[in-house]
Design a protein around this ligand. Structure first.
Ligand code: NAD
Length: 428
């Protein structure tokens, strides 16, 4: 059997389809991306040579609205990954009831190897290559792994140059000075925190007696770690691509953040001379070790396929909140289920990013901008409302939370697909 990410994603879809009344036409449509684009991006490097990069953009389904999804810069980016991420975006937008479909994009590269000028030329070149595939009413990109507001600003500017008019609504996650939204930078971690705090109330465990491990101390992971720390949870381990730190008594997250900013590596918190005095009692651990720590809550917030059939049996956490997209493989789902672990799925937990991206798009189109407080109030209301609905579906149908989230999204997608009918239906 194929082990592609997209076939894994489709396995989850198949499972959820058993619990929804949706036409066969609609379910067949959802198994395939609507449009997939692969482009070559020639970039003049600082040394005068020309290097060609491969880029992708996928629009998976736009039945409920223009497609929306991030742009990833990473060496592992490939069509299968981008299609899977676009698939997840489709269900995420439906689960949150956003009037948007699912898309995704990416460029295969290690961005750490490029200078800032090279990155800007690459970002602008990518927009040149996909300009006819995107647009404020068609497909609206946003940041993802290793892309940030600065890159979104360059991309919006390039699209505006091509269209010969300012088009802030073509891309979200922009700098505030270019039409970005208050709260967008922290939205994924903040939204995940709202879901976690609301869902943990269903279990008899107070924050200060709850231990947490966070894999991936980037945009999303560091924000949820900080918010949990501030709410009194005990964060015992965090990691990044270079490794992690572990302290059974709990880490001081603001210090970890400070050292990460200074040293660009969580490991440096432990390894750099003067830092060690602040974090004595800490141990270095690998990402693999972090995933199997004896903690209450595990938060994968890095990349996909971190928990697979190979290590799922060793996971000791009681609750997993998927801040990353696709950190658990479909095979691992069944193992974790058999162990009675509650897995709060990515299409719910990390939907804060796309939700505030949606808010940014709305603000760009209306020209009326909201305060951070307004953004977070709306975000909290939407995340907690949909999380409660998914929890109820899971309880009523006695199905895992992931399947419940797909059922919830499928109800909305199925309605929209059926309402559209087919062209043939209207002929004659
Ligand atoms: P980021 O680039 O800011 O952070 C990624 C972090 O993961 C970095 O700290 C990096 O060092 C670490 N990392 C990379 N490889 C690792 C590995 N093998 N083991 C452990 N850590 C590793 O990216 P981000 O925006 O925080 O995204 C993280 C995840 O959250 C991704 O799956 C992304 O798709 C998902 N996500 C992000 C957003 C968003 O708005 N940023 C929205 C929804 C979902």
């Amino acid at each position: 059997m194929s082990t592609s990410l997209l076939s894994d994603a489709n396995r989850r879809l198949e499972r959820a389809l058993k619990y929804v009344k949706i036409s066969e036409d609609a379910s067949e449509r959802l198994k395939f991306p609507k449009a997939s684009l692969k482009v070559s991006i020639p970039v003049r490097m600082d040394n005068g040579s020309l290097r060609v990069f491969e880029g992708y953009r996928v629009r998976y389904d736009d039945t409920r609205g223009p497609t929306k999804g991030g742009i990833r810069f990473h060496p592992n980016v490939n069509m299968d990954e981008v299609q899977s991420l676009a698939f997840w975006m489709t269900f995420k937008c439906a689960a949150l009831n956003l009037p948007l479909g699912g898309g995704k994009g990416g460029i295969t590269l290690n961005p750490k190897e490029l200078s800032k000028f090279e990155l800007e030329r690459l970002s602008r070149g990518y927009i040149d290559a996909i300009a006819d595939f995107i647009g404020p009413d068609v497909d609206i990109p946003a940041p993802d792994v290793y892309t940030n507001p600065m890159i979104m600003g360059w991309m919006m500017d390039q699209y505006s140059i091509i269209r010969r008019q300012l088009c802030p609504a073509v891309i979200t996650g922009k700098p505030l000075s270019m039409g970005g939204s208050q709260g967008r930078d922290a939205a994924t971690g903040t939204g995940a925190f709202f879901v976690l705090a609301a869902m943990m109330q269903k279990f008899d465990k107070s924050p200060h007696e709850t231990t947490v491990a966070v894999q991936g101390f980037g945009n999303a992971g560091s924000v949820i770690a900080r918010l949990l720390f501030e709410a009194g949870y005990k964060i015992v381990a965090v990691s990044d691509s270079q490794g992690g730190v572990y302290c059974p008594d709990g880490l001081d997250i603001p210090s970890v953040q400070q050292f990460k900013n200074a040293a660009r590596s969580v490991k440096a918190v432990y390894c750099e001379g003067s830092v060690c005095s602040i974090v004595e009692n800490h141990q270095v651990l690998t990402n693999e070790e972090l995933l199997t720590l004896d903690v209450d809550i595990l938060i994968p917030a890095a990349l996909e396929n971190q928990i697979t059939a190979a290590n799922a049996a060793d996971v000791q956490a009681r609750y997993i909140f998927e801040v990353a997209n696709g950190p658990i493989s479909a095979d691992a789902d069944e193992i974790l289920e058999a162990k009675g672990i509650y897995v709060f799925p990515d299409i719910l937990v990390n939907a804060g990013g796309v939700t505030v991206s949606y808010f940014e798009w709305v603000q760009n189109r209306s020209g009326l901008y909201w305060t951070e407080e307004e953004v977070n109030q709306r975000l909290s209301r939407m995340m907690v409302t949909e999380a409660d609905k998914i929890w109820r579906i899971s309880q009523e149908l006695a199905i895992p939370l992931r399947t419940a989230a797909y059922v919830h999204a499928l109800d909305r997608l199925g309605d929209a697909l059926n309402a559209k009918g087919t062209r043939e239906y209207y002929v004659g």
